[in-house]
Design a protein around this ligand. Structure first.
Ligand code: NAI
Ligand code: MG
Length: 341
């Protein structure tokens, strides 16, 4: 068996941190099958150069040639540019990456410390209010705007299954279903019931429910109560950014976009034009995204080796980039992590 990984650095610091993730994967060596990398393009720079943000060759390579991919970050124009639309949104659609999985872990996890944040936010990625069916009309009292919110049993069940599987593999095996079915009893009710219905297939997982507003409150008051959270698209979007704020720099938070046939690692941060080109971007979010992607594919040993190396470098505290209060360069952090691997 072999492993083919597509690399799409895209814009800004994506060009610095995706090569860093590649270096970390290469360092794992024999705990992974023979690995091949395919360099692919997408993003705003690609758009300004070629007129398309997501070239057909990139999509074809991902669909036909690659087992998984790493995506850096895209710069989006601040004003609407005719013909441009986000390649990451398009990729999620084309590859049916219906789950956005974001583990949130304290930067310096001291084993045994009970206040440490260690949870995963699992966000449904394809429906809810983000189907973008909005209309504005003129009513009796002026302008009126409406949006349609779609929740299906199919999408709720498949995100639910993903969340139970993740919970089952963790020490605490605890799942919290996020909803607001006291108000939106039809849509959120369907989400809640669909996820609940799967519980009998996962008896080892304990299940709790939380209304989304109080979930945010408790997230800030006592984040340690959460293990795996599963939420519809909009709530999940907000919760996952809020959870990331608990652990400090955006430069350390990884994610994957996953479907049944493909997984794509992606750091949560953007293209960071303010620090691009200075060799000071924190590569940890991308390196952890690579580990998460490998874990999702079942390469636990390789993923563990990468994560443990990152933990150890962070705990050492000697080589940290400026976003974590250090003075180290991107390349020095990568070198230290590779040595630990
Ligand atoms: P950003 O995430 O690029 O940067 C926010 C702040 O965090 C900046 O001060 C930046 O220097 C810092 N930062 C981010 N990643 C870092 C890292 N790895 N190491 C150290 N510091 C880091 O968000 P911003 O500034 O709002 O957006 C910049 C561009 O990125 C925009 O064009 C935006 O549309 C795009 N963006 C793309 C995303 C994606 O590709 N998924 C997500 C968020 C923004
Ligand atoms: Mg967001």
């Amino acid at each position: 068996k072999s492993l083919t990984i597509g690399l799409i650095p895209a814009d800004g610091i994506g060009k610095e941190v995706i090569p860093a993730a590649r270096t970390a994967i290469e360092a794992v060596g024999s705990d992974l099958p023979p690995t091949r990398f395919v360099d692919l393009i997408a993003g705003f720079e690609t758009f300004t150069r070629t007129g398309v943000a997501l070239p057909e060759e990139t999509v074809e390579s991902l669909q036909n040639e690659c087992d998984c991919a790493l995506f850096g970050s895209v710069s989006s124009p601040s004003k609407k540019v005719v013909g441009y639309s986000s390649p990451i949104v398009a990729l999620r659609k084309k590859l049916d990456l219906y789950a956005n999985i974001r583990p949130v872990l304290s930067v310096s996890p001291n084993p045994g410390e009970s206040s440490a944040v260690d949870m995963i936010v699992v966000r449904e990625n394809t429906e809810c209010l983000y189907i973008k069916q909005e209309q504005q009309t003129i009513g009796e009292h002026g302008k009126e705007a409406r949006a349609t919110r779609l929740i299906t049993e199919r999408a709720s069940s498949r995100i639910g299954r993903m969340a139970y599987e993740l919970a089952k593999a963790r020490p605490r095996k605890h799942l919290t279903i996020i909803h607001k079915s006291n108000v939106l009893s039809v849509t959120d009710g369907l989400f809640r019931e669909s996820v609940r219905a799967l519980h009998e297939k996962y008896p080892e997982v304990t299940v709790a429910e939380q209304l989304v507003d109080s979930a945010v409150y408790r997230l800030f008051r006592e984040p340690q109560i959460y293990d795996v959270m599963v939420a519809p698209n909009l709530y999940g979007d907000i919760l996952s950014d809020a959870a990331a704020a608990l652990v400090g720099s955006l430069g350390v938070v990884p994610s994957v976009n996953a479907g049944d046939n493909f997984v794509m690692g992606e750091p949560v941060h953007g293209s960071a034009p303010d620090i691009f080109g200075q060799n000071i971007a924190n590569p940890i979010a991308s390196i952890r995204s690579a580990a998460l992607m490998l874990r999702h594919l079942g390469y636990m040993k390789g993923a563990d080796r990468i994560d443990l190396a990152v933990d150890s470098v962070v705990r050492d505290g000697q080589l940290l980039t400026p976003d974590l209060g250090g003075k180290a360069k991107t390349s020095e952090v990568v070198e230290a992590i590779v040595k630990k691997i």
